[in-house]
Design a protein around this ligand. Sequence first.
Ligand SMILES: [Zn+2]
Ligand SMILES: [Zn+2]
Length: 501
Amino acid sequence: MPPCEGTGDRAANYPLAPSPTTEGLISPMWSTLCERILAVEAPGAAVERLSIVAPSVVRPGEPFAIRLAGLDAKAYPSVECSAAARPVDGPAAKLPEVQFEAGHPAVGAIEGARIAQEGWHRLAFKLEGRTFVSNPIHCSAEARRIFWGDPHVHTVISRCHPTQCRSLDFCFVGARYMTALDWVCAADHVSNGRCDKGKWEAQRRAVSIFDDPGRFAAVLGYEASLAGGAGGDNNVYCRGDLEDFVDHYEEGNTKTLADALPDDCFLVPHHTTRTGKHGELSDAIYPGPDRMPVVEVHSKWGTSEFRGNPRALLKVHDGPCYVQDLLAQGYPLGFIAGTDTHATMPSSYGDDSAQLYAPPGLTAIRSDGLSREAIFDAIRARDCYGASDERIIIEDSLAGGRMGRVIDRSGLAGPVEIAAEVATRTPIERVDVVRNGEDVHTIEPGEQDWRASVQFADEADLSAVAFDAAGWFDRPFVYYYLRVTCESGAQAWSSPVWTTV
Ligand SMILES: [Zn+2]
Ligand SMILES: [Zn+2]
């Protein structure tokens, strides 16, 4: 029997995935409103590709939704499409087709899909004669669930490229129904007089309106710029509500800003390498792992991983401002990625294309449930990783722990064991194991080019390769992380694990 089945009951183009508990009550109104927001703010032209999104992790036999969108060249949902997305033989064979209708945004969902047995899958559909493939799906009784989001979206509130940006409403509706994300944050600018009490109230209320625990999480946050050398551009994320934003643009740094915010907020440095806004850190302004748990490794401006990486920002500062520089200074930073879209296109493209230098970023968080608190807690625990352009799965065991952990190896002998399973949508070029800034092991995929299995025992004498105690570490330390690179250019970076020597 083919591994994936769907009931077909909901295979209309329309339903924008109304949630089961509100069905028949408010969902027709909700669907109409959401459809109208997409159609008015982003009416897409002719379809260029079909986006097929399923959860990265599902349980055997558990019903889940497959979300389809016919996107134009800029990735806006087409309003000109009257074709059907038809399942292709293979795992998707038993799924129903989804008929799009001209005049309506080409978004839809198949609800009630099921995979009976454990394994790795991708689902293929045809639209207008071309075949498209979904993100990989790991059907597993035990793997932790992954929720994908974009932590860094700008809307008209930012007053930064206002003619390209869309409304706050579009940020949340687009993230949920167009790019099929699980969560999003409208991290609008506040510095330089770009926010006021009224705009902040609009942000808070939009989060309350669009937050839908269990189905979609709206996270409250903003971008707080600081001077180059004082921490540079940072985003603030809140676990719950925040009565008023705090801005230390004129004078202040990452430490003073963190100190002025409540405990249930943290800062994330972004595009740390940018000239003039560089995010160099020092012990004097590093606010600690609780207040700065992660760094944005990639955005549409480029990748900040290490100097010389092929997707570096166009103009970079010449100081030690890359992510690997910050790790070498002893700051335990996990990784996230976002778009920093100034076209309000969560994890996507849009009218930003004139200043799009790299594929859109997205962040995977691992959690048992989906809520804004769960997103916040997972990122604070570095239970997260960054990716660009596609939903790459990394199931890891790094040095005896999961990504993001600091592992005490005192009393342990033998090599450090690294194991991971990787799955992608487009063909994998390589998977690298990075230790203290060095690629120490590389895997190239086998026959199934969308999957790779990493098994590596690091026999090196860690005391010889460790960085000296610095920053947050009072003993010499070593970090490891994984970098996945696809032939398409899509990438993913696991958060590191650290071990002290
Ligand atoms: Zn901006
Ligand atoms: Zn930004």
